[in-house]
Design a protein around this ligand. Sequence first.
Ligand code: SIN
Ligand code: CO
Length: 378
Amino acid sequence: GQRLGMPVDVFLRDYWQKRPLLIRAAFPGFELPLQPDDLGGLACEDGALSRLIEHDRARDQWTVHHGPLDEDLFARLPDRDWTVLVQDVDKWDADVARLLEDFRFLPSWRVDDVMISYAEDAGGVGAHVDQYDVFLLQGHGQRRWRIDARPNPPTGFRDDVEIKQLREFSPSHDWLLEPGDMLYLPPGVPHDGTAVGPCMTFSVGMRAPAVNELLLDAAEYLAERLPETARYSDPDLVAATHAGEITPVDLARVAKTLGPLADNLGHGGLVDWFGRFITRYRCAQFAAPAESPLDAAELTQRLARGDQLWRHPWARFAWCGQADTVQLFAAGEALPCPRDLAENLCTHAAPTFGTAPTPAAAAVLVSLVNNGQLTFAA
Ligand code: SIN
Ligand code: CO
C-alpha cells in the first residue's frame, strides 16, 4: 500500500472501481526504466503495438499513425502536439515489467499491460473514456490531467476522429502531475492528459473482459465438449397445423436444449434469437437486396396486374405468436406481420393474394421484396 498513500484495503474499499484518486509522490525519486529513444525504437519494431497521434491545433484535426512506425516519421515531426504510445511494453522490457511488482495487491491476471507514452509539449490523445481501470504514473516531465469525476458524464464520441474522442468534455478536476505522481481512474471516467513540455507517462492498465467476450468463449468451450449426437429432438411431435409456426411446445423444447442459457435470453429473446437462427439457410449468407427498391403503391399495382411473387429459394420462413400480428422470420430477419400473411408465405413458394393486400401486409411484402427474400417472377 505504500504506493497508494493508504492501506490497500482502504484503497480497494473506497476507490477501486469507484472513484478517481490522485496520489502525489506515489513513486518518489522514480527512475525511468526506459528512455524516450528506446520507446521510439520499440514503436518501430515489427509486432509492437504502437500509435503516433498528431494534433493540428489550428484546425483541431487529429492524425493517427498505426505501428510499426516508420523511423522517417519521427524525423519530420514538429516539436509539439504529438505523442507516441506503445502497449505491452512490460512484455518487451524486464525493467518495465518490474513496475508491476508494486501492483501485486491486484490479482495478476487482472493486470493487462504497461503502456508507455512519450509526448512533446501539448501532445496527448484527446479527451476520452476507457473501459478499464488504469493507474497513470507520471514517469518524466509534467503532464496536465483533467478529468470529469461527476456521475453520468456525457459519453458521445466525435465522429470525425479515428480515435474515440469525446464530443463534450467538462472537467471537474485539473491537476499537474510531476514525476512520481500517479492518478488512478476507474472505468468510464472522462480524462484528458496533455504534456507540459516533453513527458513520459506509464499506464498500468487492467483487463476486464467484456461480458459478450466471456459468453462467446464459454459457449464455445461448452460446445466443443458436446457430442454430435446431442441435438434438438422432438419424439413427442404432433402434426403441424399451421405451416411455419414455431409453437409454444417447440419453444419449450428449444429452451430445454439450451438449459440455463434460455433463462438469460428470456421469452422474447428466445423467440427472436431462435426465429432468426432457424430461418438462416446453412450455406446462404445474406439475401441480395432488390436492385431498385419498390414502394407499397408499386407493389399493389404489380400484384393487381397479376405479377407473381416468389420466395427466394434460399430464404427460409417461419413465424411465432398467438395474436393477429405475429413475428415473421425470413432468412435471419424478424418483422411483425399479419398472421394470415405469415401462414401464406410459409405455405406457398409462390404466395397468392385474393384481394389487394392490407397496408400492414403490403408493408411486410415491400420489406421482403426490397431485402431480397421475395422476388417478382421475371
Ligand atoms: C497517455 O498516456 O497519453 C494516454 C493514457 C490514457 O489516457 O489512457
Ligand atoms: Co485513457
